[in-house]
Design a protein around this ligand. Structure first.
Ligand code: R5P
Length: 306
């Protein structure tokens, strides 16, 4: 067995390889002046089981192309089985058509992965996955989604020796929060469209970049003088977290902690969130200044016989 990765995922790839106790090899890759991707694998892969680690942010399109070229080349070089390890999966938020005529991007990406010989896919807290932790079928591709929620909470409990209330900022995060906390009932919030008044999941308004209203749909929690953890799968623009932090703060919380699996931190959201909260942590699915929890042990615990 061998683990291949591009320069983008090298630190994480090396850690995963050591947990899996397999050889780690870097693939040479670069971008030609015209924007095309070049890759070269110098290892003997004949008859080997190959794991490819590639996280897909930043530059999701280049990352996807690089992954496809690596997987296809691995098969050309005689790899027996190719497993993709994609801690942050690009295009996962377009896993259904929200409006007629839209591309079902996740389906296309799954088809591309299959077409280059990927037999199994491992992802971490991927947005399309409604079962937070376990095996599932991604448009015909055998996959395993691993949740980092428990690891993030364990890290926070080590730092804050006090009672914590953990909430998800919206309906979409409720399953991840339930899996992480083991609690049946969590505070759920829902994004309400300011134009039509419907939940974001049902809204058909075409206006982009609107500020959703966050409304409580379940739970009656008293935040007064409490330490509140807001847990989510992804921080992109930071808008969802910022709104939730404001709400929790106005409820009188003493400390506010933010934890998410994937920190994209677009624009200046990392700085904004740092000033609004007492502690902020994400995993190393994407490398950031606050990636203080590693997903390598979770992925490394994957049973290669699965
Ligand atoms: C939504 O359902 C997701 O779980 C995240 O809450 C959302 O994608 C975060 O995006 P942003 O940081 O741009 O608000």
């Amino acid at each position: 067995m061998i683990l291949l990765n591009s320069t983008k995922s090298s630190a994480l790839g090396e850690d995963i390889a050591s947990y899996l106790r397999i050889n780690f090899e870097s693939v040479s890759s670069r971008i030609f002046p015209d924007g095309e991707t070049y890759i070269r694998i110098s290892n003997d892969l004949q008859g080997k089981e190959v794991f490819i680690v590639q996280t897909m942010f930043p530059e999701p399109n280049n990352s996807l192309m690089e992954f496809l070229l690596i997987a296809d080349t691995a098969k050309d070089l005689g790899a027996k089985k190719v497993t993709g390890i994609i801690p942050y999966m690009a295009y996962a938020r377009q896993d259904r058509k929200f409006q007629a005529g839209e591309a079902l991007s996740m389906k296309t990406v799954a088809a591309l992965l299959k077409s280059v010989g990927v037999e199994y896919l491992i992802t971490v807290d991927t947005h399309y996955q409604h079962v937070p932790h376990g095996k599932f079928d991604l448009f015909g591709l055998n996959s395993m989604n691993i949740s980092a929620g428990r690891l993030l909470l364990a890290h926070i409990k080590d730092k804050f020796d006090e009672d914590l209330i953990t909430i998800g900022p919206d309906f979409g995060s409720s399953e991840m929060v339930k899996y992480a906390t083991g609690e049946e009932k969590v505070l759920k919030k829902e994004k309400i469209c300011p134009i039509c008044g419907l939940p974001a999941t049902q809204c058909k308004c075409e206006t982009k970049d609107k500020e959703y209203i966050i409304s409580d749909v379940e739970g009656d929690f008293d935040f007064k003088d409490k330490t509140v953890v807001i847990l989510d799968d992804i921080i992109a623009s930071g808008g969802t977290m910022i709104q939730t932090v404001k709400k929790v703060k106005s409820g009188g919380a003493r400390n506010i902690i933010i934890a998410a699996t994937h920190g994209l931190f677009l624009k200046d959201s990392l700085n904004t969130l740092r000033t609004l909260t007492d502690y902020l942590v994400v995993t190393d699915s994407i490398s950031t200044p606050v990636s203080n929890v590693s997903v390598a042990p979770l992925i490394g615990a994957f049973n290669t016989k699965s």
